[in-house]
Design a protein around this ligand. Structure first.
Ligand SMILES: *[C@@H]1O[C@H](CO)[C@@H](O)[C@H](O)[C@H]1NC(C)=O
Ligand SMILES: *[C@@H]1O[C@H](CO)[C@@H](O)[C@H](O)[C@H]1NC(C)=O
Ligand SMILES: *[C@@H]1O[C@H](CO)[C@@H](O)[C@H](O)[C@H]1NC(C)=O
Length: 338
């Protein structure tokens, strides 16, 4: 090996950690334990991954995911957190709907639905991951985005909620704030990045957002500083949710007026209402230990399980309605028929 490559290797040796792992579907159900605890059905359908202690009324004072879960759908076997987003529908020309299935990322082809989760200290492309972060604490929850948003101006308040139109499974840009306007051969990937500055005190807040903040200027990626009100830098969580649109990409099935046919389960056809929810549930200090290790994706301190084990974890459906996985349905669950 040449001297130059040795220097290069030494320079890219990471100081801290970035992890990336697949999680299979835990359930697809009309529950929303963070925003509408105790309510079943909730107002819209979600796709949920993580620990099987998920339930409709998981209040922080009596809910300890690592203690109550007996399995997790995540490859990271000490992660009993729950992660969720809305579900996605395809609207046919005749006004009926079918739910769009999800698929795993490259390397997780065998996983059942679900998504890919990242925790990082610096931007995804930074192999050094040098900036210190404090892992989330027991009882921590948050959400980002707002299903009531239906225009670009308001969506820009959540700058890091985007879509990638997958030409193939490795496409990563461009990202758009609204749904892709044309068929995406390998699927539509939703990117949900959470804010990275915590107020250091509150595990949650009434709107589930305001205990968190984006950097005061710049971005997480360019190491923008956290505001004084939210001084604690936490890992950036990123969800990549890949919707397998393959069977819905025929031009003849798309609306005749040139619009796009995908619609979120809260009846948003713009895509601007993109949002995600997070309930922390790592065992003990497992997440902090991983974050403090020097590694990039392949982190020895992250205990893992097989894809079969991920796939075999699930919870019973609570609402038990037809969500349009097999037959075309007249209306999205809980939404008015248009
Ligand atoms: C939901 O979880 C709580 C603990 O957080 C528990 O007290 C309750 O019994 C659970 N409910 C169901 C239906 O499992
Ligand atoms: C509505 O459209 C879908 C998709 O083209 C089709 O499979 C279904 O049979 C149609 N339903 C009715 C009632 O025409
Ligand atoms: C961002 O804020 C920090 C702290 O107030 C300041 O030092 C820095 O110059 C600012 N950067 C930009 C690009 O405004």
């Amino acid at each position: 090996m040449q001297w130059n490559s040795l220097v290069a290797l030494a320079l890219v040796a990471p100081s801290h950690a970035l992890i990336r792992f697949g999680c299979s579907q835990l359930t697809v159900d009309r529950i929303d334990p963070l925003v509408q605890p105790g309510q079943a059905p909730s107002t819209h359908l979600h796709q949920i991954i993580g620990g099987n202690s998920l339930n409709v009324s998981m209040y922080p004072d009596n809910h300890d995911p690592p203690a109550l879960s007996t399995c997790t759908t995540c490859q990271a076997s000490e992660d009993f957190s729950n992660y969720w987003t809305a579900a996605l529908y395809f609207k046919a020309r005749n006004g009926t709907y079918k739910r769009v299935p999800q698929k795993g990322n490259v390397g997780f082809e065998g996983q059942k639905g679900g998504m890919t989760v990242y925790y990082m200290q610096d931007s995804l492309g930074d192999y050094q991951q040098k900036s210190k972060v404090k892992a989330f604490q027991k009882g921590f929850r948050m959400l980002i985005g707002n299903p009531a948003v239906n225009n670009k101006h308001d969506a820009d308040r959540y700058p890091q909620l985007t879509y990638t139109c997958l030409q193939d499974m490795n496409t990563r840009y461009p990202e758009t704030k609204d749904f892709p306007a044309k068929p995406c051969p390998a699927g539509i990937m939703t990117n949900v990045r959470f804010p990275t500055c915590w107020n250091g005190v509150d595990l949650d807040s009434p709107d589930h957002i305001s205990h968190m903040s984006y950097p005061i200027n710049g971005t997480f990626e360019d190491q923008g500083p956290c505001p004084d009100s939210h001084p604690v830098r936490v890992p950036q969580i990123l969800y990549e949710v890949i919707f397998e649109t393959g069977s819905f990409n025929k031009a003849a099935d798309w609306p005749a007026d040139g619009s796009q046919p995908f619609v979120w389960s809260f009846n948003d056809q713009t895509g601007y209402g993109n949002h995600g929810d997070y309930v922390f549930g790592w065992k003990d200090d497992a997440l902090q230990k991983i974050m403090d290790e020097e590694c990039y994706v392949n982190c020895k301190t992250m205990k893992t399980q097989s894809i079969d084990a991920m796939n075999s974890c699930n919870v019973p459906n609570v609402v038990g309605e037809d969500i349009g996985d097999n037959d075309w349905i007249q209306a999205i669950p809980g939404q008015m028929h248009e």
